[in-house]
Design a protein around this ligand. Structure first.
Ligand SMILES: C[S@@+](CC[C@H](N)C(=O)[O-])C[C@H]1O[C@@H](n2cnc3c(N)ncnc32)[C@H](O)[C@@H]1O
Length: 361
């Protein structure tokens, strides 16, 4: 199923709850747990979401104070995890924000369904004037280290309980075994020798340590076909979980992004759009669908549009739905950083890597 068809089906499934919809952004007003149940299976490439933290007990965030025990909160989150696993594409990723004190309980629950790949520490190097600036509090009164960071749990769907084995790793191993090729045979056929071990790149791909490049994947497909595989092989976009970092972006699990400076109308838990753009750029292909079940101010949708992805946000507070709509409209009016993805797709012939825009399976 193509991304654009999935996006249309998701829009239709949200029916009466649609608050705003365009060719590349959808906002739904309602309880995301109920609405998630309506979404088609395996239709979303990235879940980038920031639930109420439960530990911060903010009066102005719905469901931040709704659970009397941690266990109640975790079991609510577990209902989400089950739905996330169902709606996520097999090569998709999830980022979930949480507080440092709830992380271990969430992690324990989430690891039943997902391979937890990273625990990112967002350090918020805030200057004076930002919320939560560390200069403000009375240090002598502290009874623990001041929590000046938040956590982001990064994960992928677990296929067999093996922490490292990826969807692609399993796919490659199944097809390689089907045509009786050893890892070494296949390495030789595609010329992808490792520097140290002779199973080379193939064993690293199957064990989930590395991701093949687009060119390497083309060679893999060629080798499989030459070895007798007749079935249609999945496109790169449908089998590889993208992960692209480099020395110019945050590539470790400690991130420095200043939090959002207070302004009139700011959401009490608003996340910086540039950090969300980083999440999206590193883990999705252009044109992929990004879902936020706790949309707040709509920062995830704005980041999706800026990075030429399709954004879906669900928010239970109608006031915030209205802000999201305004924020999207303002961004479109400003125009300079945002280009309609449909326009971009029409211009795909002038884009360096046209295959990135090949949404058809
Ligand atoms: C931590 S805030 C998210 C802030 C957002 N990341 C931003 O940058 O603006 C959580 C949001 O989830 C919303 N929310 C809480 N329970 C919800 C539910 N069951 N369904 C949908 N939204 C919910 C709250 O109204 C709140 O706006």
């Amino acid at each position: 199923m193509s991304r654009t068809n999935d996006f249309k089906n998701i829009t239709v499934s949200l029916g009466n709850n649609l608050y705003y919809s365009s060719q590349d952004a959808v906002v739904a007003f309602g309880d995301s747990l109920q609405l998630l149940e309506k979404l088609p299976d395996h239709s979303v490439s990235l879940i980038l979401t920031d639930p109420p933290y439960h530990s911060t007990k903010k009066n102005n965030i719905i469901n931040d104070k709704a659970f009397s025990t941690d266990d109640d909160f975790i079991s609510w989150m577990e209902s989400y995890a089950l739905q996330w696993k169902r709606v996520l594409r097999p090569n998709g990723s999830i980022f979930m924000f949480c507080s440092s004190c709830m992380e271990s309980k969430l992690d324990n629950m989430l690891s039943k369904y997902f391979n937890i790949l990273s625990h990112i520490v967002w350090t918020k190097p805030n200057d004076p004037g930002y919320d939560g600036w560390k200069g403000k509090m009375k240090k002598e009164a502290l009874r623990q280290w001041y929590p000046h960071s938040e956590r982001i749990i990064f994960m992928e769907s677990a296929s067999d309980g093996n922490l490292n084995r990826s969807y692609f790793g399993n796919y490659l191993r199944r097809l390689r075994n089907k045509c009786n090729l050893s890892g070494k045979d296949m390495t030789e056929m595609i010329g992808a020798y490792g520097k140290i071990n002779h199973g080379g790149a193939v064993s690293n791909w199957e064990s989930g340590r590395n991701i093949p490049s687009r060119e390497q994947y083309a060679s893999i497909c060629d080798a499989l076909r030459r070895s007798g595989i007749k079935e249609d092989l999945l496109t790169y976009e449908d089998v590889i979980r993208p992960f692209e970092v480099n020395a110019n972006v945050e590539f470790t699990d400690v991130w420095n992004f200043p939090s959002v400076k207070p302004y009139k109308g700011k959401h009490p838990a608003e996340k910086p759009v540039n950090m969300l753009e980083h999440c999206i750029n590193c883990t999705t292909f252009p044109g992929d669908i990004v879902l936020d079940c706790f949309a707040g101010s709509g920062s995830t949708i704005l980041a999706s549009l800026k990075t030429h992805r399709l954004g879906i946000g669900i928010e239970i507070d109608e006031g915030w739905c209205s802000s999201i709509k305004k924020n999207i409209e303002n961004m479109i009016k400003a125009g300079d950083e945002y280009e309609d993805i449909q326009v971009l797709m029409k211009r795909q012939t002038v884009i360096k890597e046209p295959s990135l825009f090949n949404f058809e399976n």
